[in-house]
Write a protein that binds this ligand. Structure first.
Ligand code: ATP
Ligand code: MG
Length: 383
């Protein structure tokens, strides 16, 4: 069987196009490691040869492949008009048997030596289907299905084109370290950055025994789902109980959430530098909760040297949920769990923290040693 893949956004890449195509090929090979497939690169297209037995695995990988705008299982034929028209008729019959009663033909001719241009191919293909499949009509503006003809080194005919995830191949934009909670937002944030080509690693903070083993397992499952789009991620699981206890005992309660976020950032930055991640990614969205006002976001990143990327910053919760459903993390995210912030729930959290006050309070906590300890004991899981 053959699948045709359309790379996304590559036309924007000029001289760097080759690099992006190679990354896409590499990711496809990684996603299909263990399958018996062959990948051929052609101008503007990638062809994947595989067996029917592995169809389900291959198509699952294509649904999760960032960097393609579309894909389809295709027929591959010798370049004669007879073969092309016969294949159009076959596609028309197949569609009609599925209950589809209208169609249109789209055609592309990359090989200009082929004697019929794309307009002629559309007309001839359409007529052939109309003649051979009673009950099928042409509908240009709202067709039940589109039969596509591409004349390249061979003729390709397909009608069941699927939309791809789009974006740029993961691995073309450096790596970022995602702060992954068990909630809805952070997996979406990781996915959005991966869609811009960024490789993702993740860090999760837990506060055992105040947070449960299930909460940790749930985060691992989220990392696995996310990893299926990102060519795998390394998940750092960091025990933050002592850090949180210190904050709880020594800092003014209204500041506790902000100070915890600052400690998370501090710790994440240390991991990021060690594993060569170039930025920190969070699922924060402006004013979603008290800790995410513009002043408090400023406090949180106050001490950071690496950039903090917040891809959800301007998104509302409904759009974030929609995206989470699309990437299949939503069901897992809404399983009940306690985030490590349960240790303190200030009734009146600071809403507009002053960054220098935050800094002063943070330094007074003397968390350096505790963070070093937490890092030493952290668990690393390949997802
Ligand atoms: P989410 O749905 O991702 O949990 P949220 O709306 O609950 O986000 P907060 O709990 O305020 O928001 O967290 C803001 C961001 O801080 C999260 O999106 C995530 O990036 C990070 N974060 C929060 N808790 C943790 C945690 N336990 N481990 C790692 N990162 C965390
Ligand atoms: Mg959360």
């Amino acid at each position: 069987m053959i699948w045709l893949l359309k790379p996304a956004e590559l036309s924007l890449k000029g001289g760097n196009r080759k690099l992006f195509e190679l990354a896409l090929k590499r990711n496809l090979q990684t996603a299909l490691a263990g399958c018996n497939v062959q990948i051929t690169m052609r101008t503007g297209r990638i062809f994947l040869h595989g067996t029917e037995m592995e169809q389900a695995v291959i198509e699952d990988a294509l649904r999760r492949l960032i960097g393609i705008s579309g894909w389809a299982q295709t027929r591959s034929l010798p370049k004669t008009i007879e073969e092309v028209l016969a294949a159009c008729v076959d596609e028309g019959k197949k569609l009609h048997a599925q209950g589809i009663t209208s169609f249109k033909i789209e055609a592309r001719r990359t090989d200009k030596s082929f004697p019929h241009d794309s307009y002629a191919l559309r007309c001839m293909g359409g007529q052939a289907v109309l003649d051979a499949v009673p009950g099928m009509i042409v509908n240009i503006h709202n067709p039940g299905a589109v039969i596509r003809i591409e004349i390249r080194e061979k003729a390709y005919i397909y009608s069941d084109a699927q939309k791809g995830l789009g974006g740029l191949p993961v691995g073309t934009a450096g790596r970022g370290l995602l702060l992954l909670s068990g909630g809805i937002d952070s997996p979406v944030a990781g996915f959005l950055m991966a869609s811009r080509g960024m490789g993702i690693d993740a860090v999760h903070f837990h506060a055992y025994p105040y947070t449960s083993e299930e909460a940790k397992q749930k985060t691992i499952r989220l990392a696995q789902i996310l990893g299926s789009y990102c060519m795998g991620i390394r998940l750092y699981i960091v025990g933050f109980t002592k850090v949180q206890m210190r904050i709880k005992e020594s800092a003014p309660l209204p500041w506790s959430t902000i100070l915890l976020r600052m400690a998370m950032m501090d710790c994440a930055e240390k991991i990021a530098r060690k594993i060569k991640c170039k930025c920190i990614i969070t699922g924060e969205s402006l004013s979603q909760v008290a800790s995410q006002t513009i002043e408090n976001l400023t406090c949180t990143q106050n001490r950071m040297i690496l950039p903090v990327l917040r891809p959800l910053i301007g998104m509302d919760k409904d759009s974030i949920i929609k995206k989470a459903e699309q990437i299949d993390t939503y069901k897992t995210s809404i399983e009940p769990f306690e985030d490590c912030c349960v240790l303190f729930n200030p009734p009146h959290p600071i809403l507009h923290g002053d960054p220098s006050e935050a800094n002063r309070l943070y330094e007074a906590l003397e968390l350096e040693q505790l963070i070093e300890e937490a890092l030493r004991d952290c668990e690393i899981i390949k997802c």
